[in-house]
Design a protein around this ligand. Structure first.
Ligand code: ADP
Ligand code: MG
Length: 389
């Protein structure tokens, strides 16, 4: 895809790009809604990427174009970039430029052409892929020397402040830091990370992603409520973040919350979810991939019953996959739509796929988009292609 993106860049801007970069979407294997509680997450990168052809400019102008959006080149002046003013897709790349400049990095302009294979709005982080690919390109071209985790932080700032979407740090870190064949065990408190081997194929396994293609409209408001509820729980328990409640002290902590029923449920999810991430890490390290199946199922139940962010489409995906023989399944991502994952024996992929298609049709739901996810590399430079730069 990199040649096509470079060629299109040349058509749009008159000369070839200085380079072409890629950054992936991600699925989260386990560790949901823990990233704004200073907790653990475990995403891996998808083979689906946002690809950007980019050249520098020296005149304070940012030109943006996406192959995936109607409309031509959008031209912005760097001095005019203002958080919260852009409701279009351009806010993601412009927000990255804004965040870099605001942090004092000498970015003087860019021409950007983007094309992405990450499904949008499916809970697979097409937005982070877009941010990270632009950040990495500018870091390379302007020789900023930023570490991957620093790029992720700047991209999170772009999304939180410039775009105005409250998100944790997982998506951007996954896109920036994941490695081929591995899941990323990330401590979102200090961004320390470990690459955990996750070679599904070698174990005769597949991971199916079930994109339900629904996104229920109340999802953003509900995300805010969950965040606020978690903060309330931490305050009531006198800790900085729910991460600080040890799993072994959960019952005592819940008892202290008394009749704060909703907070009890939220706290229970976060504390048990962190423990589930640690359990999955231990199992993968021991080479026991199949044994993570039941942990995924526990995670789904906790998101459905305690955190209450599932929906009929996600529950149907999980229940159907399990009934058709999946070793484990759970919703993944923010909830209220988006995607579920199912861990499946290679020999059972067709059976599970068919069962999912039939169940969604029988329920009158939109047909899901199904694909197999293989842990893929994180953000990277694809080439130095340039016909004239
Ligand atoms: P997710 O990150 O789960 O896919 P978001 O709502 O966070 O969902 O981000 C989706 C938004 O990202 C899109 O609405 C669009 O504004 C932007 N986006 C993603 N991919 C592209 C693309 N290829 N071209 C332009 N904008 C994109
Ligand atoms: Mg997103």
């Amino acid at each position: 895809m990199s040649e096509a993106v470079a060629e299109r860049f040349e058509e749009l801007y008159g000369t070839g790009p200085e380079g072409v970069w890629a950054a992936p979407g991600r699925v989260n294997l386990i560790g949901e809604h823990t990233d704004y509680n200073d907790g653990f997450v475990m995403p891996f990168a998808l083979p689906h990427t946002a690809v950007a052809a980019v050249s520098r400019r020296t005149d304070g102008v940012l030109r943006l174009h996406s192959a995936d959006v109607e409309g031509g080149v959008v031209e912005l002046r760097l001095d005019d970039l203002t958080p919260g003013t852009d409701r279009n897709w351009t806010a993601y790349p412009a927000g990255v430029v804004w965040a870099l400049r605001e942090a004092g990095h000498p970015v003087t302009g860019a021409d950007v052409h983007l094309a992405s294979t990450v499904p949008t709005g499916a809970g697979l982080s097409s937005s982070a892929a877009l941010e990270v690919v632009v950040a990495l390109a500018l870091d390379d071209l302007y020789e900023l020397g930023l570490q991957r985790w620093q790029l992720a932080r700047l991209c999170q700032r772009a999304e939180n402040v410039y775009v105005g979407a409250p998100t944790g740090i997982m998506d951007q870190t996954a896109s920036a830091c994941c490695e081929d064949g591995h899941a990323l065990f990330l401590d979102t408190r200090d961004l320390s990370q470990q690459q955990i081997p996750f070679d599904l194929a070698a174990s005769g396994l597949r991971l199916l992603v079930v994109d339900t293609r629904v996104k229920h409209s109340h999802s953003e408001g509900e995300y805010g409520k969950r965040r606020a509820g978690c903060e309330k729980g931490a305050a009531l328990l006198g800790v900085d973040a729910l991460r600080d409640v040890p799993h072994g002290e959960l019952d005592a902590a819940l008892a202290r919350l008394g009749d704060e029923e909703e907070v009890v449920r939220l706290v229970r999810h976060i504390v048990t979810e962190n423990e589930r991430v640690e359990r999955v890490v231990a199992l993968l390290r021991a080479g026991e991939i199949r044994a993570i199946g039941p942990v995924l199922v526990e995670g789904h139940a906790s998101l459905r019953d305690d955190f209450r962010i599932s929906c009929p489409e996600l529950d149907l995906a999980v229940d159907t996959a399990l009934a058709a023989g999946a070793l484990g399944a759970r919703m993944t991502g923010g909830g209220f739509g988006g995607s579920a994952i199912a861990l499946v024996e290679a020999a059972d992929v067709d059976t599970v796929t068919k069962a999912l298609q039939e169940a969604f049709a029988a329920a009158g739901f939109t047909a899901p988009r199904l694909f197999e996810a293989v842990p893929a590399p994180g953000a990277r430079r694809l080439n130095r292609a340039s016909s004239s730069a």
